[in-house]
Design a protein around this ligand. Structure first.
Ligand code: PMP
Length: 384
């Protein structure tokens, strides 16, 4: 049976994107590759909502390599405030602990988020050089109100860094208008390309800081080493620092072509409708969602709490029904996650709820059987 991948990344990939990686004999100095790389750098500006004032970077790895490359902007003894709503927010702390900087972490109660007021209050207490935020915390599906946080702290810290791994391509992102210095993401999530790339945009201020000789970053993830490659490639001339994953970048370029064809606003709207449809179905079944506050529901991830049945059992059964969901990773909840990002469709929402509904009935989880698919149908029949 063909499988529908409603995971939190990689997600289902369109055939045209897969095929773009099948080109044979493409060297990193070839015109096809340089064109694809250059196109992707411009595409990245488009999904991040930034002008030419911002510098895009596409580096090997993924979300974590993009995160760690942010150390390029730090020097010895800098103070960093990490705003963590879950497992991936905590990853910032794990990274910074490997470097000679001081880290403080703000955390909410599980399933909630640190409010803009709380971030502002903490920022006023100390001399932070950098604040890191996670736009959508993939472990809980909780969205942080980035725009509101930035408004409160923009003039109080030097650098604001946002992990948009589970948001870019599916949530509103206006990095320049909001005054964000680094917005980063990965190829395998809402951009709908294969895994293998970390993507970032840097503000003019971040670029100035990058110029400093005192950075604590190492070699491979030091963005200073990648900067000439990005600049040169965007202008159509290949340059070497380390061999890029040529075929994944060819695939990413195709993903950006399809994103531009859809239009980023339409794409965000599509994600929002599908996310609402899925939540409507889950709630109609009488199940609880991990995200506690409705204003923080995300367009990309929904955590579903189970009272009786083991989540691993649900995941193995639903795969047999043709849909792969993701396990929970936050220790505070007994749950599984539905990833709804990338090339997901409204019909996928029906399939997801239908498969969850019959699997949970079979396994003995108390649900309102018959109400889930009905509610999604009702929602979609009136959603615009
Ligand atoms: N940040 C967030 C919000 C994520 O969801 C993930 C991956 N799930 C990462 C960072 C790390 O990305 P990667 O696995 O590509 O290194």
């Amino acid at each position: 049976m063909d499988k529908l991948l409603l995971h939190v990344g990689p997600t289902t990939i369109k055939e045209d994107i897969l095929i773009a990686g099948l080109e044979n004999n493409v060297g990193f100095t070839s015109k096809e590759f340089v064109d694809a790389f250059s196109y992707s750098l411009k595409g990245l500006r488009y999904v991040m909502g930034v002008s030419k004032n911002y510098q895009p970077f596409i580096i090997p790895g993924g979300g974590t390599s993009a995160m760690e490359s942010v150390t390029s902007l730090l020097k010895n003894k800098d103070k960093v405030l990490v705003v963590s709503n879950g497992v991936f927010g905590d990853r910032w702390e794990q990274i910074f602990k490997r470097y000679p900087v001081e880290v403080k972490v703000l955390r909410p109660s599980p399933g909630s988020y640190v409010t803009p007021e709380e971030v502002e209050e903490e920022v006023q207490k100390d001399n932070y050089k950098m604040v890191t935020l996670t736009h959508v915390e993939t472990s809980t599906g909780v969205r942080e109100p980035i725009k509101d946080v930035a408004k409160r702290i923009r003039n109080k810290v030097e650098l604001i860094v946002v992990d948009g791994v589970s948001s870019v391509g599916a949530e509103e992102v206006k990095a320049e208008e909001w005054g964000i210095d680094v917005y980063l993401t990965a190829s395998q999530k809402a951009l709908g390309a294969p895994a293998g790339l970390g993507l970032l945009v840097l503000s003019p201020k971040a670029l100035e800081v990058l110029n400093s000789e005192e950075s604590i970053a190492g070699y491979y993830l030091n963005l200073r080493n990648w900067l000439p490659v990005m600049r040169s490639t965007e202008e159509g001339k290949a340059m070497y620092f380390s061999t890029p994953p040529v075929h994944v970048i060819m695939q990413l370029a195709e993903a950006f072509r399809l994103i531009e064809k859809e239009g980023i606003e339409n794409r965000i709207k599509r994600h929002s409708v599908i996310a609402s449809a899925i939540r409507t179905g889950i709630e109609a079944l009488g199940l609880e969602i991990v995200a506690k506050r409705p204003e923080s529901y995300s367009n990309t991830v929904t955590g579903v709490i189970l009272k009786v049945v083991e989540p691993s059992k649900v995941l193995s059964e639903t795969i047999n029904e043709g849909v792969e969901f993701a396990p929970g990773v936050h220790p505070a909840f007994k749950y599984f996650r539905i990833g709804h990002m990338g090339w997901v469709t409204p019909n996928d929402a029906i399939v997801a709820i239908s498969v969850i509904e019959r699997t949970l009935k079979r396994l003995g989880e108390p649900i309102r059987f018959g109400e889930g698919v009905k509610a999604v149908q009702e929602y979609l029949s009136s959603a615009r």
